[in-house]
Write a protein that binds this ligand. Sequence first.
Ligand code: DAH
Length: 336
Amino acid sequence: MDFEVIKQNIEKDFNDVNDFNYLNLIKSKYLGKNGIVTELFRKLKDIQSEEEKREVGKKINSIKQMVEEKYEQKEQELILKKKSLELKDIDLTLPGYNIIKGNIHPITKTMEEINSIFLRMGFSIEEGPEIETEYNNFKALNFPEDHPAMDMHDTFYIDDKYILRTHTSPIQIRTMLKYKPPLKIIAPGRVFRRDAIDASHSTVFHQVEGFMVDENVRFSDLKGVLDLFTKEIFGKDLKTRFRPSFFPFTEPSAEVDVQCVNCKGKGCSVCKQTGWLEILGAGMIHVNVFKAVNYDPEKYTGFAFGMGVERIAMLKYGIDDMRLFYENDIRFLKQF
Ligand code: DAH
């Protein structure tokens, strides 16, 4: 057995290695189950002389050690080479990729802002289905059968029982049927009307409904809550005013105006020279609504209000065409 030749071969074999796969192949060529070194150890037992056996054993051991050392050496070398290659591929002076970030939609943003103002006042959020019964949407809210007030809502009918809700007010009915007073609820959601689309009308838009029911809830509570709301969302220096109005589900009813956010009440084209902008409808919950949900109208009173989110967003951000909200032009959406 020429150990010198084996050593030379080991030297050469490991020198030729250029990748991890080949490195392992070479290792097993010598140390594997049928490897050259393994084979040498196996033959060792055929040597008769104990002395010679010891001598040869030592030599085989040193060869084994050499293979292990060469292996480790080469492995380190390959790891370093790999790292430096990776580094070379990265040009740290190049500018980074421009990651296009998404945006919260201005309607979502406005809705969240409205919600958070009322949450801070102790209201809780309730939701209802977009497909609603005609009963919850109209009758339970004291719309008389076939009353012209229903025309105002240009309803999408699904069949003779179900419709797409025309406002968020039916959530009042659902919530009052589910819980007992006291209640302080806001109900945001999408609503639908069979309207012609223009700068201030859409077939799909958003509302936030609010209502409070307890013993001794008064109109002045409504005024306090809504005055605080308008100051929070439009600015502390703007006044609100309540004008008498009509809704079937409230009595008395009011429309609430805020001083024009554009001219602060002086009169401009945004407020059509009136100095005021209408922002929501409100009132004291009608006795018939309480009857529809089996609340005792002798014991409980409550107020309700409802606002269009698109309208609030348009006034707040000075947007003059509602259609901009639905076109999803990134140049528009990026501004919020
Ligand atoms: N539901 C009404 C609408 O869509 C808005 C409204 C007015 C809601 C007065 C109310 C309210 O709760 O009290 O036109």
